[in-house]
Design a binder for this molecule. Structure first.
Ligand SMILES: *Cc1c(COP(=O)(O)O)cnc(C)c1O
Length: 344
């Protein structure tokens, strides 16, 4: 079958720039960003910093890099950071915590990826020569492996208070933070007031082809800029990419709501199917459901693939579907019909 009719639900990273975004990219003024002279990159950094209430921001090639830079700046080798066991920084970044920054993670199991302040008390090491120094807590919002779950602001305030009491830094992997903000009708600056740094992906549901932004105060970003160069992330005429990010932030934020409605439709159908044992509650654009056995999951993957529907295996018995701007209402209806048709 042709690519045209493929329904791509493996990830919101598959989105392709549309006509207007491509025009914005082609018309972007550019310069050498390593010299700080790319006007489009500078504008994107300013827009993001202002939107979230920070004094500065840094455009990077990927969300992995923005997270790894933040960890590197907030910690010293030998330190310990606290994160959730399914968090991207631990689970999907190739051991970068240890490899890039010489730190070790202390893992917590959260509620669909969300950590609560009550879990933290026991985890901060005392000031004792035997123990690694705890220096950072890193959260994720939305939580990918939690099925796109969102934190309540009230629990984030509690965690930030805890960090203040224990002199810890607090980072947010906000790869899909805009999904949470739209779903919960919040303001970006509410997050900027809580975290010492935030990483935001432009290349997920926002629909830009490449890029993530790291935000923080001027001193943090100054250090981050140095680390970005060391990690090989200094780009030259990156304004073509930054322009796509700017376009996305100006035009493609509110439409995330459509993705969330589509995800809800998938959830509703899945809940009616006898071979689905559970669906993680859908809050944003990620749908994760479970089946009894790996054999059933394999069959479902195959049946969907036969109908040109691409989804991903989250584990042997779990499948993930992610909605995004290149998945239309009629595609969602088609997926629901195919799912309802599968006989196990
Ligand atoms: C996608 C993602 C990232 C960053 O991914 P890159 O592919 O490196 O841009 C970070 N955290 C989460 C939760 C993600 O989903």
């Amino acid at each position: 079958m042709e690519n045209q009719s493929r329904i791509e639900l493996r990830s919101d990273t598959f989105t392709k720039p549309g006509k207007h975004m491509l025009e914005a990219m082609m018309n972007a003024p550019v310069g050498d960003d390593v010299f700080g002279e790319d006007p489009s990159v500078n504008e994107l950094e300013q827009v993001c910093a202002q939107m979230f209430g920070y004094s500065d921001a840094l455009f990077c090639p990927s969300g992995t890099m923005t997270n790894q830079i933040a960890i590197n700046v907030h910690t010293q080798p030998g330190d310990e950071l606290i994160c959730e066991e399914g968090s991207h920084i631990y689970y999907y970044e190739g051991g970068g915590i240890a490899k890039n920054s010489g730190c070790q993670p202390k893992l917590i199991k959260g509620d669909r990826g969300r950590i609560s302040v009550a879990q933290l008390a026991e985890l901060v090491n005392p000031d004792d020569v035997h123990r690694p120094k705890t220096s950072l807590i890193s959260l994720e919002n939305t939580c990918n492996r939690g099925g796109g779950s969102c934190y309540e602001l009230s629990s984030l305030y509690e965690i930030r208070d805890f960090c203040n009491q224990h002199h810890l830094k607090l980072h947010l992997d906000g790869a899909r933070l805009m999904n949470a903000i739209v779903a919960k009708q919040q303001e970006p600056a509410e997050y900027g007031a809580i975290f010492h740094s935030i990483s935001l992906c432009l290349s997920k549901g926002l629909g830009a082809p490449v890029g993530s932004v790291l935000m923080g105060d001027k001193d943090f970003i100054k250090q981050a800029r140095r680390v970005r160069k060391v990690f090989g992330g200094g780009m030259r005429q990156a304004g073509f990419l930054a322009a796509a990010g700017l376009y996305a932030l100006q035009n493609q934020v509110q439409r995330l709501q459509v993705d969330h409605e589509h995800a809800k439709q998938l959830e509703a159908t899945l809940k009616t199917l006898p071979w689905v044992t559970s669906v993680l509650p859908v809050e944003t654009n990620i749908v994760i459901f479970s089946m009894e056995t790996a054999q059933i999951a394999q069959k479902v993957l195959q049946e969907l693939r036969n109908r040109n529907i691409y989804v991903s295996a989250m584990s042997a018995t779990q499948i993930r579907m992610v909605t995004h701007l290149d998945v239309s209402e009629s595609m969602i209806q088609q997926v629901c019909a195919v799912l309802a048709d599968i006989r196990i």
